[in-house]
Ligand binder design. Sequence first.
Ligand code: 5GP
Length: 185
Amino acid sequence: MDASDISDDLDQVLLTEDQLHQRLDELAATIDADYAGRELLLVGVLKGAVMVMADLARRLHVPVQMDWMAVSSYGSGTKSSGVVRILKDLDTDVTGQHVLIVEDIVDSGLTLSWLLANLRSRGPASVEVATLLRKPESAKVSLDVRYVGFDIPPAFVVGYGLDHDQRYRNLPFVATLAPHVYADD
Ligand code: 5GP
């Protein structure tokens, strides 16, 4: 899928495929250096983190395991409430493991805050967070996110794993949508 497939729905490309890949190269190099000599458990948060997990994991040289969680945040419409339900839990016991949560986007931070507390309660050796995108102006809780790809304005974005109504996840870039796409929301 590329921009020509959805040109009528697109407003603005915020981050190109090249920009995303270049930043992932940098993040992977930093993570490799930080975790040298250790093994990492990457925990991807479904479904949005699928692309960043796949592309980040392939750039890492430290040994990694990969596992997935799916969570749903109770809330109205697109707003997160911070009350989270686990839809799919890890298959892995994280006790004593160095865990790196891999996120697509941190908006209010409420979902991540819950996830951090949940994983920390399971006795890992460490828990850190890597997120491709973060919206600092939307933050409702202050979180220590160790690896951030890009800080972006508080607009709703799609692509590279992120959806609107389950669509656009397979765009190779991150974009905002044209207003008519939201008309029925
Ligand atoms: P938070 O709890 O940080 O407010 O919400 C995080 C979740 O909300 C993300 O994992 C993502 O599923 C969704 N989300 C927040 N902002 C956006 C956005 O701009 N685009 C899309 N597609 N999802 C978003």
